[in-house]
Design a protein around this ligand. Structure first.
Ligand code: IMP
Ligand code: MG
Length: 177
């Protein structure tokens, strides 16, 4: 294990099981639909990639690049960098790595509602329930996770550790200097 990490909380096998559960719910709920998956870059890349491989429906995939974090602190604002998917009259499923304060997903849901999406659901790999500050919940939740700063499988600290195949708690000394 990388020396910056405190403890692994989800290993590769656990992540795979979590994604199988989420994908089977979506396959069931969207049987007669052609959903558009919109992944939030960059954190959702591994989750979205593995999730859509388990989707057996006709579907579409797009992305949006959003940031709200600076180091290990949420900034309170979201920035959308560049491309905004066309959601008009589409059944969309927003995909993110983790739901924390709710700022990002609340803002995006409002944006896609205003842009005419037919329906909007949210799928997240992890739910940091104790971090919530905004009134929003996900429709598909992989697993609850502890209120700790975690990295791996897309989750980063200053853009590092996204490549780890597992999810782990980052040692405090790495970000509290
Ligand atoms: P929210 O807007 O506060 O809900 O934060 C959501 C975004 O913050 C996620 O898409 C992640 O990119 C990032 N985030 C929240 N918690 C963590 C964490 O523990 N590690 C890494 N990134 C996190
Ligand atoms: Mg993110």
């Amino acid at each position: 294990m990388n020396k910056d990490l405190e403890k692994i909380i989800f290993d590769e096998k656990q992540i795979d099981n979590i994604i199988s559960n989420v994908s089977s719910k979506i396959n069931n709920d969207y049987k007669d639909k052609e959903p558009l998956f919109i992944g939030l870059l960059k954190g959702a890349i591994p989750f979205m990639t593995d999730l859509v491989k388990k989707i057996n429906l006709k579907c579409f995939v797009d992305y949006i690049k959003v940031s709200s974090y600076n180091g290990s602190e949420s900034t309170g604002n979201i920035n959308i960098n560049g491309h905004i998917p066309d959601v008009k009259d589409k059944d969309i499923i927003i995909i993110d790595d983790i739901l924390d304060t709710g700022l990002t997903l609340l803002n995006l849901k409002t944006l896609f509602e205003n842009n005419g999406a037919k329906s909007i659901k949210i799928a997240i790999l992890l739910d940091k329930k104790d971090g919530r500050k905004y009134n929003i919940e996900a429709d598909y939740i992989g697993s609850i996770c502890p209120n700790e700063f975690i990295v791996g499988y897309g989750l980063d600290y200053n853009d590092k550790y996204r490549n780890l195949p597992y999810i782990a708690i980052l040692k405090r000394e790495v970000y509290c200097k």
